[in-house]
Design a protein around this ligand. Sequence first.
Ligand SMILES: NC(=O)c1ccc[n+]([C@@H]2O[C@H](COP(=O)([O-])OP(=O)(O)OC[C@H]3O[C@@H](n4cnc5c(N)ncnc54)[C@H](OP(=O)(O)O)[C@@H]3O)[C@@H](O)[C@H]2O)c1
Length: 294
Amino acid sequence: MIWLIGNKGMLGQGVEKLLIRKRLSYLASDKEVDITNYPILQEFTKNIELAWIINCAGYTDVDKAEKEIEKAFLINRDGVRNISKIATEKQAKLIHLSTDHVFNGENNTCLSYTEDDKTEPINLYGESKLAGEREIKENSKKCFIIRTAWLYGMGGKNFVSTMLKLFKEKEEIKVISDQWGSPTYTVDLAEGIIEIINNDSIKFGIYHFTNEGVTNWYEFAREIYRKSKKLGIIDSQKEVEIRGIETKEYPTPAQRPKCSWLSKEKIKRELNLDIRNWQDALTDFLSFLSLQRK
Ligand SMILES: NC(=O)c1ccc[n+]([C@@H]2O[C@H](COP(=O)([O-])OP(=O)(O)OC[C@H]3O[C@@H](n4cnc5c(N)ncnc54)[C@H](OP(=O)(O)O)[C@@H]3O)[C@@H](O)[C@H]2O)c1
């Protein structure tokens, strides 16, 4: 049996769709089975044999985490500790999601980060996620920690959905052009997760997964605009000017890593995952949206 935690979140919804499509036996939970409450987790899993736990739950509001520090750590550190203890008790393998925000992004040459590179978060969300990684390493041996970044897909607020909304409402939008990384389509990440389970992999450890290629938010926005116009998702007659701006022109409560390009060499080599480039994944997502609207 697989236990999917966080099935109402953006990635969790993508994973659940795939579990259903692949006819895998699973149980799912979200906020109603609070990961910060250990007895509740024990009760929920009582008398159930678990082979795998997939944890897609988390505190994910990067800016709010700067103020809601206790809450972020309660969910991303203590909640993750509880899950990893249950995994050990049940002898289940655990797949947990982490983030590019564990790095400081000061990679001047913008080389991609490997799993062995030094972690040094520059915001509290990143601190809380790194604390979660440490809890897992301490409490469970059979675990995959997958760091991802710039997630988008169905069923959640994300950069692509925000851009599509702004293209409809505005004549001009400003987008940051000096933060670099790789977008990740939830469907592609969900497929990677299910492949690890299907292969019954025991190559535990930390892995990076995003779509291939590197871009910045401004170029990503331009590609969303170009593709969504071509697919008829936005009005082909309406012109929106997209202007690139620097981070300092758009202050946010939490600092973001400037360059958080993640290397996928390890996950491709060790777990044999194929990863497509971010442009093809984006086309797929927007094509799906355009079909839905017809
Ligand atoms: N989104 C990104 O760009 C991104 C980038 C890198 C890494 N990640 C990581 O990828 C994972 C999935 O991200 P996502 O964007 O899919 O997250 P999401 O949409 O915010 O989903 C997280 C889910 O966890 C639930 N949750 C929160 N507290 C909980 C608790 N105490 N007990 C049980 N469930 C709880 C949330 O419920 P509520 O919504 O009701 O709070 C939500 O349904 C997270 O670990 C995140 O850190 C995300």
